[in-house]
Design a protein around this ligand. Structure first.
Ligand code: C5P
Length: 319
């Protein structure tokens, strides 16, 4: 069995369960324009999939289950809903509705991406659920059809389907792969309390209005794609940017301190990831990762500090 781009889709009845992994992300670049009539902000972003992996196992139901989608967390977490407000449940429902499937599914979710951290963990769960149910039910949608469903679930859901490194346009949901070389090392400073993405965009609008500027989503700088192509973390650090960072730091002033600590400890550059509050620090090598990790932990400013590397593959069937 292979991933969404594979050539042998599993037909219904051939498996009792399908396990799929999908990655979280950091944003290397995020440029945001003024919101349209639908309230969404046009943006240009560069996503990179990190080795923090969500796992969704889709299991065929017993007959008594009446064709509903159920979700259980492998490790109970009061901050993650298991009802229809969970994006993975909505993903399974949307696929069933789009393909006429009536059989339902039991989903088991293992979370490794920080919740509400600006790393699209919920979006990875939705992407994984789409791929898992597509295989379990034998619905045979190809990656472009899954991507169209993903975009209906949320702006960040198409990216974890393709993973690696990609430019996102539109709402962030139109994704195209970017060539990269080698592996980049990241240290992530997490916060206990997540941030609401709409609240961050609203603060971005307020700050733009106060400054009397009309924001425009800028193209990805050439030096950034060149740095990715050559695998040069120093050059990449120099070109990283997040238009939402000021709004996020305005809501959480202590994040300015997190960024400062990471950079003073030797990070090439530390930025807020997406709509935050996770701070993503790019480091040159394992030694620097260790120093930044230690400094962030000692600062007491982060609830957890993680080391990871990137890019990694998008959603794929692993069992
Ligand atoms: O698409 P998703 O549900 O992830 O978006 C959550 C919220 O984030 C939207 O309701 C909107 O307020 C904001 N958003 C935005 N512009 C984007 C993406 C998200 O304003 N491009």
């Amino acid at each position: 069995v292979s991933g969404p781009t594979g050539s042998c889709p599993v037909r219904s009845g051939s498996a009792t369960s399908v396990r799929v992994e999908a990655p979280g992300k950091v944003n290397l670049f995020l440029s945001v324009g003024a919101p349209g009539k639908d309230g969404y902000h046009p943006l240009v972003t560069v996503f990179q999939a990190v080795r923090l992996i969500e796992t969704v196992t889709a299991r065929r139901q017993s007959r008594q289950a009446h064709g509903r989608v159920s979700l259980v967390l492998e490790e109970p977490d009061a901050t993650v809903p298991t009802d229809h407000s969970n994006l993975a449940v909505r993903a399974a429902d949307l696929l069933a509705e789009a393909t006429g499937v009536t059989e339902g599914v039991d989903l088991l979710l293992r979370k490794r991406v920080p919740v509400a951290g600006g790393m699209a963990g919920g979006s990875a769960d939705a992407a994984a659920a789409l791929v898992a149910c597509n295989a379990l039910w034998g619905t045979g949608l190809d990656v472009s059809e899954l991507t169209a469903l993903a975009a209906r679930l949320g702006a960040d859901v198409p990216f974890p389907l393709i993973g690696a490194t990609a430019i996102g346009r539109g709402r962030g949901d139109t994704v195209a792969p970017v060539m990269t070389r080698g592996t980049f090392q990241w240290v992530l400073g997490l916060q206990q309390e997540g941030l609401s993405t709409p609240a961050v965009f609203a603060r971005f609008d307020e700050l733009s209005a106060a400054a009397g500027t009309r924001p425009v989503a800028e193209e990805v700088p050439g030096p950034l794609t060149a740095a990715l192509r050559s695998g040069d973390p120093v050059a990449l650090a120099a070109t990283m940017h997040n238009d939402l960072q000021d709004a996020v730091v305005d809501l959480r002033p202590e994040l300015a301190e997190v960024i400062r600590v990471a950079q003073e400890a030797g990070a090439l550059r530390a930025v807020v990831s997406g709509a935050g509050p996770t701070v993503a620090a790019l480091v040159r090598d394992a030694g620097a990762a260790q120093r930044v990790h230690r400094a962030l932990r000692a600062s007491g400013l982060c609830s957890r500090v993680l080391r990871t590397d990137a890019p990694v593959a998008g959603a794929r069937v692993v069992g």
